[in-house]
Every structure is written in C-alpha cells, then in structure tokens.
Design a protein around this ligand. Structure first.
Ligand code: HEM
Length: 509
C-alpha cells in the first residue's frame, strides 16, 4: 500500500511540470482530460483501435492526443499522418518503450523487436535482414512446401484443431529455417521451451505497466516481501527466456564445431563472424536476432491464416473463384508453387485482404520519438509514444470502399491483375518506417504457399448441426495486442481423390 501511495506521489511529481508545460504548446484534439492525471480514465483497454478510430471521427481529426499521467501519446488514424511521421521522419520515430520489468528483469530486451533504437538494435536488424531479405527467402521455399503439405494432412486428419495445426506449421517452419531443427510431430521440446518463455511476454504485455516500471528501485526488494509477486514472477520467467534463446543456438554451435550443422539462418550467420570484431558480442547479436524470428513470426502468421480460413468459410464464392483460378494454372494435377504467383493474382489479393480486413497487430508496436518535433503546428516532444492505427488506416472508407466487407477484388483491376494504383494493405499491416516487419517477405511467401496449397486441395465449409443447418461462426476476435479469431468450428474436405493424392506426393518427396 505504501508503495502505491509513493508511486502515485512520484507520478504526480512528474505530471505537474508537464501539465504546466503543456499550456505553452498546441496539441492535437483528444478525449476528456483532467488536470494532473490527463486522460487516464478514458484510456481504452480493449480493442483500443476502434475507440481511437471513433474519437478521430467525432473530433474530425486524424491525429488523436492523450496525456496519460504526463506521458504524451499520439494516435495516427490516417495513411497520410502515418506516412508523414512514421515513414518520412522515421529517424526520429523509431524508438521503443523500455521497461524495468519486461526488458531488464525478465530479459525481453533480447527480442530486438522491443529494443530501443540505436546501434545495438541496428546490428540485430542487419544480421536478421541478411538472412530474411527478399533474395534469401527463396532458399526457404522448400521448407514452406513441406510444412504446407503437412498442414493439409493434419487438417484432414483432425479438422477441429485448426489453431493447433497452424501453430505447428508456423513454429516448425521457423525452427527449421532458423536453426535447422526438425520439430517432432508431437510434444516437441523446443516448442515447449519457446511457448513457456513467450507466455511471460504475453503476461507482461497484458499487464501493461508494473509499479516497478515507474519506481525502478523496487527491483531490489526481496522476493518474499508482500507485493513482490512481480519479482517472484521475474525470477521464474527470466531463466525461461534465457533458455529459449540459448538452447537452440547452442545446438547449432555444437553442430558447426562437429561439422554436421544443417543449413540454417543461425549456422550461416555463425559461419560469417568478422574476425576483426569481438566474437562474444557478435554471437550475442546472432543468438538474439535469430531467437526473435519465432516471437515475431509464429502468432502473426497463425492469426492471418486463421482469418483466411474464417473468410473462406463465410465467403464460398471467393473460395470457389480462387480454386478455379488455381485449377486453371496447375491443371489440378500438381500443387501450386511460388512460381505460379504471378499467374494467380486472385490468391495474392486474398492474402492482402485478410491482412487488411483483420490486421494482426492493429496498433502495430508503439514507436517512441527521440527528439522534439512539430507536425501541422502540433508539438510532439521527445519521448512521446506514437502509434499508427493500422485498423483505422485499413478501414478508411476513402481508401477502401465498404471496408468491413471481405472483398479481394478491391486489389485487382477489372482484368483481374493486381492493381498497382490500389492502396496497398501491406503498408500498414506490417508496421512502419525503420521498424517495419523484418520478416515481411518471408511471411508473405509462407502465407502464399499455405493459402494456395489449402485452396488447391481442400474445401473449407461451415459445419452443420444435427438438423443439417450450417453453424455460423461468431466472427469474434481476441482484443489484446495481437488480434486473432476466437476458436471456431470448421470443416475441411479434400476436393477430390486426385487432390488428396497430391498431399502424399510432390514437393518434399
Ligand atoms: C502475418 C505475418 C506478420 C505480420 C502481420 C507482422 C507484422 C509486424 C508488425 C506490425 C511489426 C511492428 C512494426 C512496427 O513497429 O512498426 C513487426 C515487427 C517485426 N516482425 Fe513481423 N509480422 C509478420 C510476420 C513476421 C515473420 C514471419 C517474422 C520472422 C520471420 C517477423 C519478424 C518481425 C521482426 C523481427 C520485427 C521487429 C522489427 C524491428 O523492431 O526492427 N514478422 N511485424
């Protein structure tokens, strides 16, 4: 209790000067704000992107401002504002929030998606980019084909475990590509240690902020003290996070020393250490950069592919059209490959539309400014939180007519080709500027392979109840940092015997 009182006093001490300073500057419009505490009572907790979008409409402004306990928060609701600030001025808008609990105590500073902007982050991004840039991604197609086929087999065998199968596919792909490790078909050890560690990330993200984030000296209090649950949690979670980064990395290092390491991102990076630079430092960067792939790539891919399945189930006409296109290109006697992508713009448009319709990270990851700035006469001080509202950008009627409808043709010309003039959903769905998704090209290829492979071989249908009436999905989504459909029932049926046969032969055999 004493701690809380002290924390409130501390926050007020911080807030008072900011309150008076604010009077001198012009800030964008925002929700109701009270002296000292600002808009803390208005701060949206669930589906915040919808609230920000509504405020934008009510206040007729594409920039919303909130002062929460002295913290300046800007939400950008339009493609224009996002492009002007997060893209064109990304040298100033690319820092991250750093917290005592998540970063320092639990060790999530190893995840370079959460690292502050600067040289250390740049080294991670460079190593990652070296292996995930567009020219490198084709090396991983063979693994994508293998996992996509395995996914189809699993969906046929056990249709009621969609999410589990998608998680397996995305996880096994990243594990193979990153470390050269083949996941066990069941109860894989690496999945377990990764999932265990990622649980703590979800917990710290959902909690939002801990008292220790405001009062860092609290990290020194003994774990047994009342109110020190955060410290007990950190003591359990930190070794799990270390294990997740260390264990697969050590396997690759050992295999390289023994001369039998399979091809992998980690092995490639370790084989190219610069002899003029500190080895231990380079190894740390590689370990952390590679370890970030699973965290960045697994749940995001699962979410988009779940949305794809939901959309196909509820839009059978779109599904049929895509299948006709695929059959025309493959003749129905082989599985589609990435080489068919140019001939199948409708399939690409389905993926763009899934990313637009239900963006996985509707508020991306918050960016922080590293210098004072001014935009349209508004003051944006150093250290402000600036969030691109991907949901609002991707559901802007001025850019996407009838934005709530799932309609892949919005990305196509009347002749059925990809429309280069249509606003691209990828712009907002993958984040912004220098922090744009580092796995974008890998993600697009792997989703394309899975979507094309599933459509080529399976019919996706609503289940029917005992009276033969189709069961409608709730269409509900989770409302945390990452948006994904709530579990729904779905039926997968092989389109034909020939399609089923394709799953047992082909790419990886
Ligand atoms: C549907 C798939 C995906 C979506 C929608 C997605 C979206 C995003 C978004 C919105 C961000 C934050 C960008 C920002 O702060 O502005 C991000 C960052 C990141 N993503 Fe992805 N992502 C996907 C798949 C992947 C995959 C497959 C990988 C790895 C292979 C990956 C690796 C990363 C990394 C490393 C970052 C951090 C970049 C940085 O902070 O420098 N992502 N992603």
């Amino acid at each position: 209790m004493e701690n809380i009182t002290f924390a409130v006093l501390f926050v007020l001490l911080l807030a008072v000067p900011l309150f008076f300073k604010r009077q001198r500057y012009r800030f964008p419009p925002g929700p109701k704000s009270l002296p000292l505490i600002g808009s803390v009572l208005e701060f949206p907790v669930q589906s915040s992107w919808l609230t920000y979008q509504r405020w934008g409409r009510e206040l007729a402004s594409d920039i919303i401002y909130l002062n929460v306990l002295g913290k300046h928060i800007y939400v950008l609701n339009s493609a224009q504002a996002v492009s002007d600030l997060l893209e064109k001025r990304s040298g100033t808008y690319s820092d991250r929030v750093v917290t005592t609990m998540a970063h320092e105590m639990v060790g999530w500073d190893k995840n370079f998606a959460l690292q502050p902007y600067g040289e250390f982050w740049r080294e991670h991004r460079k190593a990652f980019h070296q292996q995930f840039q567009p020219d490198m991604v084709p090396r991983y197609h063979v693994h994508m084909y293998k996992q996509a086929k395995d996914l189809v087999r699993r969906l046929i065998a056990e249709p009621n475990a969609l999410k589990q199968h998608l998680r397996y596919m995305a996880g096994a792909l990243i594990l193979r590509v990153s470390y050269g490790i083949d996941a066990e078909p069941k109860d894989d050890h690496y999945f377990e240690i990764i999932e265990q560690a990622v649980y703590s990330l979800t917990e710290v993200a959902n909690t939002g902020a801990y008292l220790v984030d405001f009062l860092p000296f609290l990290k020194h209090i003994p774990s047994w003290m009342p109110g020190a649950q955060f410290k007990r949690d950190a003591t359990v979670w930190a070794p799990q996070v270390n294990q997740m980064f260390d264990e697969p990395f050590d396997v690759v290092k050992r295999a390289l020393a023994e001369g039998n390491a399979p091809d992998s991102v980690c092995a490639a990076l370790l084989s190219e250490l610069d002899p003029r630079k500190d080895h231990a430092h380079q190894e740390t960067v590689i370990k952390q950069a590679v370890g970030t792939a699973y965290i960045g790539g697994a749940d995001t891919t699962v979410s988009t592919l779940s949305t794809f399945v939901l959309a196909m189930m509820t839009h059978p006409d779109v599904q049929r059209t895509a299948q006709e296109h695929i059959d025309r290109v493959t003749g129905g006697d082989r599985l589609p490959t990435i080489e068919d992508r140019d001939a199948l713009p409708y399939v690409t448009a389905i993926i763009k539309e899934a990313l637009r319709w239900r963006p996985v990270l509707p508020m991306a990851v918050p960016h922080i400014t590293t210098a004072d700035d001014e935009y349209r006469g508004y003051h944006i001080p150093k250290g402000s939180i600036v969030m691109g509202n991907a949901w609002a950008v991707l559901h802007d009627e001025a850019r996407y007519a009838n934005p709530d409808a799932f309609d892949p043709t919005r990305f196509l010309t009347p002749a059925g080709m990809l429309d280069k003039d249509a606003p691209d959903a990828l712009e907002a769905a993958f984040g912004y500027g220098r922090r744009v998704c580092a796995g974008l090209h890998f993600a697009l290829d792997s989703m394309w392979v899975n979507v094309a492979c599933v459509l080529a071989t399976l019919d996706i249908r609503k289940p029917v109840n005992e009276h033969g009436v189709p069961v409608e999905p709730s269409m509900a989504y989770t409302t945390g940092l990452l948006e994904q459909p709530e579990p729904f029932a779905v039926v997968f049926k092989p389109r034909s015997q020939a399609a089923e046969a394709l799953i047992c032969e082909g790419h990886d055999d």
